[in-house]
Design a protein around this ligand. Structure first.
Ligand code: SF4
Length: 165
């Protein structure tokens, strides 16, 4: 099992997408390599920001931080999601933990050439802590959370696991 310090961006992303996905991931189920969408995401990273160096904060691995302390994340999707915002907020929280006054997250969507800024406010900091506690609560569940509606599973790398009868 994990504790608060182990909670990373992937956990927070799954928290906002699907609790069952998070629960499976935390138990070592990793079908990610089978997902073409994940592979596409990796390709976007490799081709869009080749000069940036990812930053490894242990549990959290973010794309890069600029000189004004904004976290930059490159996304393969076309539209922003609450999961994207939560992930950016989590990275700001982790940076603050090591003494860097993060200003917020700038999310890049190369496919649609859009960027979205999410300042790291007091409320965002509070929510980042709540998100970590919510991840830990799901870890502690003894049975897997229910599936989402099938229509919400599109592109999820756990589809075979959840929907093969
Ligand atoms: S396939 Fe659907 S229910 Fe299963 S983990 Fe993915 S999103 Fe959740």
């Amino acid at each position: 099992m994990i504790d608060a310090d182990d909670v990373g961006g992937v956990h927070v992303k799954y928290l906002y997408h699907c609790h069952r996905q998070l629960w499976l991931y935390l138990r070592g189920v990793r079908p990610e390599h089978m997902s073409s969408l994940v592979q596409f995401g990796e390709a976007v990273h490799e081709t869009s920001y080749t000069r940036s160096t990812p930053i490894d904060l242990g549990a959290a691995k973010l794309d890069f931080v600029d000189g004004q302390h904004w976290v930059h994340e490159v996304k393969s999707s076309t539209r922003p999601t609450p999961a994207d915002e939560a992930q950016g907020r989590h990275y700001c929280f982790r940076l603050e933990e090591i003494g860097i006054d993060a200003k917020g997250a700038i999310l890049h969507y190369p496919k649609t050439r859009r960027t979205h800024r999410h300042p790291y406010t007091t409320d965002a900091a509070r929510q980042a802590q709540t998100d970590i506690q919510d991840v830990l609560a799901i870890v502690a569940a003894s049975v897997s959370p229910d599936r989402l509606a099938r229509s919400a599973c599109r592109g999820c790398s756990f589809t075979d696991y959840c929907w093969t009868e």
